[in-house]
Design a protein around this ligand. Sequence first.
Ligand SMILES: Cc1ncc(COP(=O)(O)O)c(C=O)c1O
Length: 387
Amino acid sequence: MQLSSRATSLTPSLSLSIDSKAKAMKSEGIDICSFGAGEPDFDTPEHVKAAAIAALEAGFTKYTPSSGIPELRQAIVDKLFNDNDLEYKPSQIIVSNGAKHACYNAILATCQPGDEVIIPAPYWLSYPEMVRLAGAEPVFVQTKEENHWKITAEEFENAMTPRTKMIIINTPGNPTGSVYSRSELEMIAAVAAEEEILILSDEIYEKLVYDGAEHFSIGAVGPDAYNLTITVNGFSKAYAMTGWRLGYLGAPEAIARAVDSIQSHITSNACSFAQKGGLAALKGEQQSVTDMRDEFNLRREYMLDRFSKMPNISVVRPDGAFYVLANVSKLGLSSQNFADRLLSKANVAVVPGVAFGDDRTVRFSYATGLDVIKKGMDRFEEFCRTV
Ligand SMILES: Cc1ncc(COP(=O)(O)O)c(C=O)c1O
């Protein structure tokens, strides 16, 4: 059977393949320390679950407007205003089935064959595939460790061509943990404004920042940036709601309308009672978010301390998300080979950086308990001594 070129051009997810190998080994009874997780290992806060259960029991089980229930869109407007200094109207907000869906909708609504989308590498592995699915072309810009894996305005400018339609900025970043400062975002926004390049700002890890780092939204740096930016966020990481599939975007009216139209034909609304849970998450106590962040920070400090004592591994101190990207290139293996050997010889699972567009690195997630982290770091250290 002939599959579409769209389908066959996609790269299978390397993070999932390591994960399934690790799971298969676990099911054989092997004690695996996995640093592969892309989701918080905490449970969704109780009051969020209670709101969804109450909605189900009240029969809130039907279609909603495809763009989301009005009270959730209003709560998102309030959140973006209070936390991010972004002034949207409810009509500019579209609720989707996760931030991933929101990113894809945004790209589908704005990019087409002939367009280029600038993606700073290392990148979250779904961006290039989304761009390709839209028929556009990803253009990768390799960022530097000395710039904390962040694209500079100059690098952005140098990568621009007459075909550039969009740049994707992900702060805090996956897999780097890098957090852009306000002034870095201002410089990037100024370059974007010169040629009216759209900015897709993926802020899903917003609430997970450490050591006094602050999250800024590029859409809030000025009116030009606001008019060019699609702000994406969601519930998965901040409220440990990955399985609920709930995210959103805020965008200029014309883009929001186009996204609504695309979504209405493909998925319709995000799950009705999940939306009620999302409403409770935004309106309820935020202490659980802070508690989770503090726990992540303890693990992060521990891991960074361990890495700092490993002579052949270099790590840029991540200020956000729950990942550490370790440069293992001094050990002379490709990232895939390194990850495969680490798994088979030391029973430690990490994601090879080639999946994120950087073959010198592997990604460690600390969304796992400190006991596993300690044991896994011991094994990793020993493996690096003997590789
Ligand atoms: C950078 C980034 N954006 C978006 C997502 C997807 O979030 P959601 O679960 O809301 O679709 C992820 C998930 O790993 C991510 O790392």
